[in-house]
Design a protein around this ligand. Structure first.
Ligand SMILES: Nc1nc2c(ncn2[C@@H]2O[C@H](COP(=O)(O)OP(=O)(O)OP(=O)(O)O)[C@@H](O)[C@H]2O)c(=O)[nH]1
Length: 156
């Protein structure tokens, strides 16, 4: 478990981050982890088709076990591994659209969009918790679309 403190528009937001194992054999353990989570980052590896195929099962499971209003974000990681890519950006986009979740490609190695993923979650959770009546609603999808950076390889 790791803590990350963000400054979201002058407000401190503390994220408590749990990295759960993706493997099937740990599923029963992971339920307990995400049952009470406010946000879930679902990562697949763009160089590993199986990891992408597993996302569908995760989304179905989350629907069953997670909080109804949980913030979900789909991330296609390892975008730095250009030559090993087997999952197209369009495939990620299509899946995200199907489930109505924001999507971006990331690289834990180069750092591409990593801060953005956490900031976006932080902003969404802050807006939800503050409930300021005069403040316009934070639009997570729009924010991600506006701020996301391409890998510089595959997008026109
Ligand atoms: N090139 C590249 N390698 C990465 C990236 N992110 C992770 N890796 C590598 O991928 C491997 C697996 O990373 P982990 O963070 O252990 O993956 P995980 O899915 O959490 O693994 P489990 O905890 O076993 O489920 C490691 O060797 C990482 O260095 C990335 O963005 N780019």
């Amino acid at each position: 478990m790791q803590n990350k403190v963000l400054n979201v528009d002058g407000v401190k937001v503390k994220l408590q981050i749990w990295d759960t194992a993706g493997q099937e054999r740990f599923r029963s353990v992971t339920h307990a982890y995400y049952r009470d989570a406010h946000a879930l980052l679902l990562l697949y590896d763009i160089t590993n088709k199986t990891s992408f195929d597993n996302i569908q099962a995760w989304l179905t499971e989350i629907h069953e076990y997670a909080q109804k209003d949980v913030v979900i974000m789909l991330l296609g990681n390892k975008v730095d591994s250009t030559h090993e890519r087997v999952v197209k950006i369009e495939d990620g986009e299509r899946l995200a659209k199907e489930y109505g979740v924001p999507f971006m490609e990331t690289s834990a190695k180069s750092g591409l969009n990593v801060e953005l993923a956490f900031t976006a979650i932080g902003k969404e959770l802050k807006h939800r918790s503050m409930k300021l009546p005069n403040e316009p609603k934070f639009k997570l999808h729009d924010y991600v679309k506006k701020e996301v950076k391409g890998s510089g390889c595959c997008k026109s």
